[in-house]
Design a binder for this molecule. Structure first.
Ligand code: NAG
Ligand code: NAG
Ligand code: NAG
Ligand code: NAG
Ligand code: NAG
Length: 356
């Protein structure tokens, strides 16, 4: 009998000790690499449901679009050396009173921005909020906390300008950055649009200095554009006033060969992550470019890389696939369902904000 009770106690400790509820092991956040770890099932997930977040856009609302499997919302990221701090929306808003957070980037920024507004709203459902969309800027405000969470759609970070010859992507021009000033937290992302060709390519020429090109190796163009962005940060950001993050490159899952399945397999029907500590497909070439540019910046600027590439590569199960907006006609293996993976990106953002 005594042994049984001890067994039950041990079992209890085991179950609850692994939960999301526990705070960082020994509070070792400072010397823990948050981005190395693995995915574990946690029954307390997801952090919110579709019905707790009335403003999820259709493209990301996989449950409402009829996705039948639900295990993909149950995965929690477990860093190797510590636990991620739990998210407390009210605490997050109090800490940022009077501040504005601006996401700048493509639809992967939209994905993360929506996730953050859902996580916050779920924790303060009685607070008033306003959501205003004007042109490429979306502003989500919690007036009672005096906090703004904004999104500026900007695929390249550098400028695209209409000229007599056509639309010109200017690798060394960044006039669009004017609107980034005056915000307290900036979270950038850019990659996917650099790849687009044909009808989806929103420029006709690339210009650098006095040279105009019909096209260029896209990784090279990406690096040049990022360097212009880095120079803007060096020249314009006071790290005592503004915190800067860069969302690492978010991977697609268009080729099953990358995770050991037939090449023809897209992400459709994937119900579980790649387990283990590494992704068989290896590092993402664009991520290597991004990391190189960030390494070249002065340390005093403190650009924090949300190094989400590897942990996201493992989540071949996290995309909308046919449960986005387009069904089989427009299979989506690039964006992520909400609730889902971008919630983890925001847990990592939260950990970085708390820690510093
Ligand atoms: C990002 O994470 C990956 C995987 O853990 C690691 O290999 C890489 O060195 C990290 N990059 C940086 C800049 O820390
Ligand atoms: C929400 O807004 C309404 C109308 O502006 C106001 O009457 C109410 O006090 C607000 N509630 C909170 C919790 O701020
Ligand atoms: C640039 O030109 C394209 C068509 O080539 C047009 O759709 C777009 O509205 C123009 N943008 C501006 C800012 O004039
Ligand atoms: C570009 O051309 C202008 C005018 O011809 C010249 O003044 C300028 O130095 C050139 N810039 C570069 C980077 O070559
Ligand atoms: C930021 O603050 C620190 C400490 O107060 C100061 O030493 C440093 O010069 C400041 N940096 C800038 C760019 O103002």
């Amino acid at each position: 009998m005594g042994i049984l009770i001890v067994l039950f106690i041990l079992l209890f400790i085991h179950i609850h000790g692994n939960g999301h509820h526990k705070e960082a092991k020994g509070n070792a956040l400072s010397n823990c690499d948050l981005f190395q770890g693995n995915w574990v099932v946690d029954d307390s997930y997801p952090l919110y449901t579709t019905s707790q977040c009335p403003f999820i856009i259709k493209e990301f609302d996989c449950q409402k679009n009829g996705r039948p499997d639900k295990l993909y919302v149950k995965y929690r990221w477990q860093p190797k050396g510590c636990n991620l701090p739990r998210f407390n929306g009210e605490d997050f808003l109090r800490r940022l009173t009077g501040k504005s957070i601006l996401f700048v980037g493509d639809s992967l920024s939209l994905n993360q921005w929506q996730s953050l507004t859902c996580m916050l709203y779920k924790d303060v459902p009685h607070a008033n909020y306003t959501l205003v969309r004007t042109g490429d800027l979306s502003t989500f405000t919690f007036p009672s906390y005096d906090v703004k969470v904004m999104l500026s759609r900007n695929a390249f970070l550098v400028d695209t300008v209409n000229e007599s010859i056509g639309r010109v992507l200017k690798l060394d021009s960044i006039e669009g950055a004017k609107m980034w000033k005056g915000n307290d937290i900036l979270i950038f992302d850019s990659w996917h649009w650099w790849l687009h060709t044909g009808r989806k390519q929103p420029w006709d020429f690339i210009q650098e200095g006095n040279h105009t090109y019909k096209d260029m190796n896209r990784l090279v163009a990406y690096e040049k554009g990022l360097k212009t962005w880095a120079k803007w940060v060096e020249d314009n950001v006071d790290p005592n006033k503004t915190r800067i993050f860069f969302q690492g490159v978010s991977p697609d899952h268009l080729d099953g060969a990358k995770w050991g399945q037939p090449s023809a397999r897209f992400c459709e029907g994937q119900k579980v992550p790649v387990f283990g500590l590494n992704y068989p497909g290896g590092p993402h070439p664009a991520e290597l470019v991004l990391e190189k540019v960030l390494r070249g910046m002065s340390k005093s600027k403190h650009v924090y890389l949300l190094n989400i590439t590897t942990l996201s590569q493992m989540r071949k199960d996290g995309h909308p696939s046919v449960y986005g907006h387009g069904g089989h006609r427009d299979m989506d293996c690039s964006h992520w369902c909400l609730p889902g993976l971008p919630d983890t990106w925001n847990l990592l953002l939260n950990a970085a904000l708390i820690h510093n």
